[in-house]
Design a protein around this ligand. Structure first.
Ligand SMILES: Nc1nc2c(c(=O)[nH]1)N[C@H]1C(S)=C(S)[C@@H](COP(=O)(O)O)O[C@H]1N2
Ligand SMILES: [Mo]
Length: 201
């Protein structure tokens, strides 16, 4: 009896090893979905919303054109630099492979620009080959404005500050231009498995 009680109690505090293996160092799981925004939430009406690509390759989609693109159901784990992680989040979005086509051959970096002025930078190879999306649904519902609706970047293998909310333009560049948090001391790349939180990590 006593040992049953002890082993049950012990097990209750442990994380399943299969789950634990998905939590990067220094992170803990949350069941809610925290909102982290550096400024007020923009509310751009859909009839004035567009998504642009600029650089050696340029393109533009209105909301209805964007909605008509092939989309994907995405289930991924996300990791915020403030140390929360969330497993198996469900999204619908358009792959950056679909949006950028062969543009990856002509540039090396992507700088994302958002309503409200937020920016973030990533190597272009980190958003190609099925690694990044512009997501517009979360859990089967239109993405809430606080979480980046109508549409946000989703780059789940990097810390979540790289997943720019309210994204409007993907700038393709030859050179790397640090974005908002990267200028303020966050790591330029942000791999959660390497704990690349700040410059110098
Ligand atoms: N445009 C914009 N995108 C942003 C941010 C922001 O302030 N503005 N915050 C980033 C940070 S630091 C995180 S952790 C995530 C938070 O996303 P969430 O509010 O949906 O949890 O969005 C990222 N994308
Ligand atoms: Mo964050």
């Amino acid at each position: 009896m006593a040992s049953d009680f002890i082993s049950r109690g012990f097990r209750g505090r442990r994380t399943d090893p299969a789950i634990a293996a998905r939590i990067p160092p220094g992170q803990h799981l949350v069941s809610d979905f925290p909102v982290l925004s550096a400024g007020p939430t923009p509310h751009t009406p859909l009839d004035r919303w567009d998504l642009q690509v600029s650089g050696p390759f340029s393109a533009r989609w209105t909301w209805s054109e964007f909605q008509a693109l092939p989309n994907e159901d995405i289930t991924v784990d996300i990791h915020c630099v403030t140390k929360w992680s969330k497993l198996d989040t469900h999204w619908t979005g358009v792959s950056l492979d679909t949006l950028l086509g062969d543009a990856g051959n002509d540039a090396s970096y992507l700088l994302a620009h958002c309503d409200g002025g937020y920016t973030t930078n990533v190597p272009l190879e980190d958003v190609l080959d099925g690694k990044a999306w512009i997501a517009y649904e979360y859990d089967g519902e239109p993405l809430h404005a606080e979480h980046g609706g109508p549409a946000r970047l989703l780059i789940p293998h990097l810390y979540f500050w790289k997943s720019a909310k309210w994204v409007r333009r993907l700038e393709l560049r030859d050179d790397d231009q640090p974005g908002f948090w990267e200028e303020l001391g966050y790591h330029n790349y942000g791999d959660p498995w390497q704990e690349q939180r700040y410059w110098g990590d």
